[in-house]
Design a protein around this ligand. Structure first.
Ligand code: HAM
Length: 430
């Protein structure tokens, strides 16, 4: 026997019993995003690798360790599968001059992302995100940061995550970031020997990441450097901006915790950053995250005064946290049974006629006895069986059997669609 194949590690099939759940999540997400004024954007699943290097940061873990490159042919060189959506959306915003049509572009996306991570529960190589980005010259507003957070929380609750926990922080403006990073570098240098190996290497790459290290000895150093309240020394305007975000969230009744150690792993953030976690997910408990990106549009070739803010939710983690059960997908509404093989041409014509009228219908092309075909109709949980026997073919009728009521009636073939439509049941296309 030939060797069979397995799905690649860290990816999974979404089988037919599970797709209705995914469809439901996607359609709820679309509806909610639209109700906040966001419109859907679809970008390619791969991009120029330098787009990710320049936006997420050469030193970020995603770029350093997790980019899945396409290099199967000369032509493919220099591309990578997208590890997230923000960089692509900003690329598209600039390339298509979306700022010419509107002062603020509010965009959402749903789709697969790819990261070459070591797979574990909730951490995959191909996973799916629902994300939203608000980009434009008019996007610098604490209200917009609060709107993005409110939308993320609204989605999570609506998608079954019962008690999402929100942590927020501010990294300050670009100016703050550069002042704070040189200050941190000076302070941490005094304790370099007490830092873990990972932090020693992060020291030059991204000094902010030292703040969220879980290692006990690094945590002690962080406390010494930042003081007991662990607050980053922001410039007054940045502090004020962050306070306004918090005030708006409070007005909206959104609970949050200010977590000064929340720094995020991607380089593009300025000002507000946030992470949302859920219970019961183990170590990979972030169901969503996001923040403001002040310099990214300019960094990728757009105007200097254009900012953005956004978030992304991990759909697999949302499903795990929501605990929704996959139930058997419903089958067709109608099943056609042809009692003899020679009636199949007529059965097939009726089948297509019904389908074209928007009613879901199926039949077994392999034939079989009346009993076995009826067994199939029962198993498929169909609403009506249409039986084509000798009498029916002779009279140009079909026997319509209501599988719930157990009743049966003869119907002219030409009337079948209108009779089925007249039945009191909600079928597709009705
Ligand atoms: P992120 O924190 O890298 O942010 O990812 C957002 C969410 O995607 C995570 O909270 C998690 O739920 C999910 N996720 C990430 N990696 C994996 C994985 N390997 N397996 C399963 N789920 C995963 C971003 O991607 C930013 N683009 C968010 C953003 C949008 N910031 C501004 N706008």
């Amino acid at each position: 026997m030939n060797k069979s194949f397995n799905v690649p590690r860290g990816t999974s099939d979404i089988l037919p019993d599970a797709t209705p759940l995914w469809e439901e999540i996607e359609s709820k997400a679309r509806k909610i995003c639209k109700s906040y004024g966001y419109r859907e954007i679809r970008t390619p699943v791969y991009e120029d690798i330098n787009l990710f290097k320049r936006s997420l940061g050469q030193t970020s873990d995603v770029v350093n360790k997790q980019l899945l490159e396409l290099a199967s042919s000369k032509e493919d060189e220099g591309y990578a599968l997208r590890p997230e959506g923000t960089a692509s959306v900003v690329r598209s915003y600039i390339e298509n001059s979306l700022d010419k049509n509107e002062a603020l572009s509010k965009l959402f996306y749903i789709g697969p992302m790819f990261r070459g991570e070591r797979p574990q529960k909730g951490r995959l190589r191909q996973f799916h995100q629902i994300g939203a980005e608000a980009i434009g010259p008019n996007s610098t507003s604490s209200y917009l940061d609060a709107e993005i957070i409110a939308l993320a929380i609204h989605l999570l609750k609506e998608l079954g995550v019962k008690e999402p926990k929100l942590k927020i922080n501010s990294l300050g403006s670009k100016e703050d970031k550069s002042i704070i990073s040189s200050w941190l570098r000076g302070e941490f240098a005094k304790h370099k020997n007490d830092l873990c190996e990972e932090c020693q290497s992060r020291f030059d790459r991204n000094i902010f990441r030292l703040l969220d290290c879980k290692n006990e000895s690094c945590r002690k150093v962080v406390k010494v450097v930042l003081g007991a309240d662990l607050v980053l020394p922001l410039l007054p305007e940045s502090k004020q901006y962050f306070e306004k975000v918090q005030a708006v969230l409070k007005d909206l009744g959104i609970h949050f915790e200010v977590s000064p150690q929340l720094v995020r792993g991607l380089d593009y953030y300025t000002h507000t950053v946030f992470e949302i976690t859920a219970e019961g997910l183990g170590s990979q408990d972030a169901v969503g995250a996001g923040g403001r990106y002040g310099g990214l549009v300019n960094e990728l070739g757009g105007s200097e005064n254009v900012e953005g803010v956004g978030f992304a939710l991990g759909m697999e983690r949302v499903l795990l946290a929501g605990g929704q059960e996959v139930s058997a997908a419903p089958g067709a509404d109608v099943y056609i049974i042809s009692m003899k093989e020679e009636y199949q041409p007529q059965a097939f014509l009726i089948l297509q006629q019904i389908r074209q009228a928007g009613i879901s219908a199926d039949m077994n092309f392999a034939g079989g006895s009346m009993k076995s075909q009826m067994g199939r109709a029962n198993k498929a949980n169909v609403r009506f069986a249409l039986i084509l026997g000798e009498d029916e073919v002779k009279n140009n009728t079909v026997a319509v059997k209501d599988m719930q009521a157990g009743t049966q009636e003869a119907v002219d073939v030409k009337d079948i669609v209108s009779v089925l439509r007249g039945k009191s049941w909600i079928g597709p296309g009705q």
